[in-house]
Every structure is written in structure tokens, then in C-alpha cells.
Ligand binder design. Structure first.
Ligand SMILES: Cc1ncc(COP(=O)(O)O)c(C=O)c1O
Ligand SMILES: [Zn+2]
Length: 393
């Protein structure tokens, strides 16, 4: 049972019926699912969630799937919110939480979006899906498509971490390595999808992955007893997570589950690919494509994002900020936070820790703040990247 009622464009306000396969709005904007939150508020008591399964489908009514028979799940979501006492002490802040997304079925937060998108694709009769991926999303789609009995076509840059390439093939996906970046992979899919009959599940080019990602926002509130931290630091590529959480906070307020207080959202990018940071600093509403994008944090190697304006809007509405950190800072942070907290961070997650260490002396994060950082994937997915960088040093 879902309270989803329609799909709407956040740019031109055009509305669409739910029961159709959709990609972008004709105006070029991503589309977002809207719910009947009044009815949902009357039907769901937030206390009743406590007895539900420890996965993201605990927010079932606020996800866009009609029939449970189409639900494709591997137990994704409801990841632990871990207290980082040593890191907090080192940084001199009152409280640091780590949302550990490494503990998802394929080792990254991409499972959230792809569980929901593949379930909905199955419901709408899709037989073949295609994805351009910086790495983790390709592996994740391969797993969920296998479970759904749908064929997956995955396009990754040739220098994507080995684990992502191997896992995609082990799940039976058709993997194509592309001599280029994620946007080049996306272009190939756009050119071929009509002839091949592929449903394109590129980041924010269909309205369901972001629904899965928004559950990070619901979980943070539920795990903090329906409060939100002062600051959320998030590694930003295509923007699914940032936009999804911001949507979740709005929905939860309308449901009467939380108040109007919002965290200040921080977007972290890599110095070698920081289009959102640049646009934020320059006060722009959209971002320019980043030339020659280069970083070891493959998930952050996104030179151009279709949802740039939604990310920038969320950052500004939240009184947040955006900053970039170097690859050296990220790589130095992995063993440092590993020793401090016993968590093997991915480079993207380590970028959040590096950002936190920068924001404190700047006074942007205050000692009294409660800060939440994301570890978006397991460091185990990046063994080759970490080894090669150790060898090179
Ligand atoms: C580990 C990791 N962190 C962060 C990101 C960026 O995520 P988003 O698309 O939600 O901005 C990615 C995307 O590929 C990723 O794989
Ligand atoms: Zn539109």
C-alpha cells in the first residue's frame, strides 16, 4: 500500500500519472514522486514503525510501489547510526554520528535507490535496464536486476575500481567498459536505449532511485528519536542522496513526524571534480561541466549532474555549505578514521571526515554541534585504489 499520488516536475510544475514509465520531464528536469501526506499522516503512527522490518521498506507507504508482489529486496537500509566518540574527541565537537552505509547488501548506499527503482521497473513491466555508473551503482543494479529476473546493461569507465567490475559480471550483468567518464557512459545509453528497449535508470533521470535514497533521511530521524542533527556532511556526485534527504525532511514535517528544524547540509566533493562546490561559491543556480574530472573517489567523479539546481537549492535552503578536499586528504583519512573508529571508510566517506576537520577551525562547525557524516560504501570496494596509492607513496 502506497500513498504515492502523482509525479511532478520541480522546475515547470507539470504533473504526470503514476502508472507509466517516466524519465526526465520534457523541460529537461528530473521528476519527483508526490504523496498524499494528509492521508498518510492519518494512517501511520510513527510509533508503529518500531515493530517493522529493519530495512528501508519499513517506510513502505511512503515509497512508490503499488503491489508487494513486485518488491525486490536484499535487506537494504536501516543501517546503523554509530557514535564516533574518538573522532568527536579528536575534532573537539560534542557529538559525531557515522551513518554506515557500507552495511548494505552490496556494500554501498546505492542499494537503497536500486531496490526501489528495480521494484518499480518490475511493476511497470520493464525487461531490460541500463545504467551509467561510476562504480557502486552498477554493481548494485546488477544484483537487484538479477533478483528481479531483469537484464542489466552496465556502462562504467575503464578505470572503475576492480570490485565494481567483477561484481557486476558475477551477478550476470552485461558490462561494457568505456574509455571516458560517467557522462560518456550516459551518452551511449541515451543513443542506444530506444533501439535496445532499455529503461534508463541514470541518476535522477527516473523518479524512483531518489525515493530509495530519501529513506536515509527517514532513518536518521527515527534513529535519533525524531530529531535531526545540526549538520549533515555528505559526499556529493549525482546528488540522489542530498536531494532525497531534503525531500524526506519536508515529507516528515508534513506528516507531523518532525518539526521545522533542519540540519545544515554540507556537500563534499573532490578537488579534482567539484562542479557543485564551484557553483555554490559563485552563487549560481546551475553548475558548469567540470573539465578533466579526476579523483580516486570514483563516486565523486561526476562532472555534470542533471539535478545540479536541486542540490544547490537544498544547500542554500538549509543554510549549508559546499567544499572540496584533495585526494591526499581522503586517502590519509582512511587509516586515521579506521584506527579511531574501526570502520573501513571508502574515499568518498573519508572526504566527509576530511571536510569535518576543515570546518571546525573555520568556525563553521561549532563545538556544540551534533554532526552526522556518511560512509557511503565499504573501503573493501576500493582495495586496488588504496593499494596502488600506498605503493605510489
Ligand atoms: C561511495 C559513493 N559515495 C557517494 C556517491 C555520490 O552519490 P550521489 O549520487 O548521491 O551524490 C557515490 C556515487 O556513485 C558513491 O558511489
Ligand atoms: Zn518540467
Amino acid at each position: 500500500m502506497t500513498f504515492a499520488k502523482e509525479i511532478a516536475c520541480p522546475r515547470c510544475a507539470r504533473r504526470f500519472a503514476l502508472n507509466q514509465l517516466l524519465n526526465l520531464c520534457p523541460c529537461g528536469s528530473p521528476l519527483l514522486v508526490r504523496y498524499d501526506l494528509k492521508k498518510a499522516a492519518a494512517a501511520i503512527a510513527k510509533a508503529s514503525l518500531a515493530g517493522r522490518g529493519a530495512n528501508l521498506w519499513r517506510y513502505r507507504e511512503l515509497l512508490p510501489l503499488e503491489d508487494d508482489a513486485n518488491l525486490v529486496s536484499l535487506g537494504e537500509g536501516f543501517t546503523p547510526l554509530l557514535e564516533a566518540k574518538t573522532l568527536a574527541r579528536e575534532c573537539g565537537v560534542q557529538q559525531v554520528w557515522i551513518k554506515d552505509e557500507a552495511q548494505n547488501p552490496t556494500g554501498s548506499f546505492k542499494d537503497r535507490g536500486l531496490s526501489v527503482a528495480v521494484s518499480r521497473a518490475k511493476e511497470l513491466g520493464v525487461k531490460k535496464v541500463a545504467i551509467p555508473s561510476a562504480g557502486n551503482a552498477g554493481g548494485s543494479l546488477s544484483a537487484y536486476a538479477a533478483r528481479a529476473g531483469i537484464e542489466a546493461y552496465v556502462f562504467m569507465p575503464t578505470d572503475t575500481p576492480t570490485a565494481n567490475q567483477i561484481e557486476a559480471r558475477q551477478y550476470g550483468a552485461h558490462l561494457t567498459l568505456v574509455d571516458g567518464l560517467i557522462n560518456d557512459c550516459g551518452r551511449i545509453i541515451a543513443e542506444r536505449k530506444a533501439a535496445e528497449g532499455w529503461f534508463d535508470v541514470s541518476t535522477l533521470k527516473e523518479p524512483y532511485r531518489v525515493e530509495g535514497k530519501k529513506t536515509m533521511g527517514y532513518e536518521i530521524a527515527e534513529q535519533l528519536n525524531w530529531t535531526l542533527p545540526d549538520v549533515i556532511i555528505y559526499p556529493t556526485g549525482g546528488g540522489n542522496g542530498l536531494i532525497g534527504m531534503w525531500k524526506a525532511f519536508q515529507e516528515m514535517e508534513e506528516l507531523g513526524w518532525i518539526g521545522s528544524k533542519r540540519p545544515r547540509m554540507v556537500s563534499v566533493q573532490a578537488a579534482g571534480c567539484a562542479p557543485i562546490v564551484k557553483a555554490f561559491i559563485e552563487g549560481k543556480e546551475t553548475a558548469e561541466p567540470w573539465p578533466q574530472a579526476k579523483t580516486v573517489a570514483s563516486g565523486l567523479r561526476v562532472p555534470q549532474a542533471v539535478a545540479d539546481f536541486l542540490m544547490l537549492r537544498a544547500l542554500r535552503e538549509s543554510n549549508g555549505t559546499a567544499l572540496s578536499v584533495s585526494d591526499d586528504e581522503m586517502l590519509a583519512e582512511i587509516p586515521r578514521v579506521g584506527r579511531a573508529e574501526g570502520i573501513f571508510f571508502c574515499p568518498e566517506g573519508a572526504a566527509c571526515v576530511a571536510a569535518l576537520r576543515r570546518l571546525i577551525p573555520q568556525g563553521w562547525v561549532k563545538p556544540s554541534d551534533e554532526v552526522l557524516i556518511f560512509n557511503t560504501a565499504s573501503g573493501l570496494k576500493y582495495l586496488d585504489v588504496i593499494r596502488d596509492n600506498l605503493v605510489n607513496k
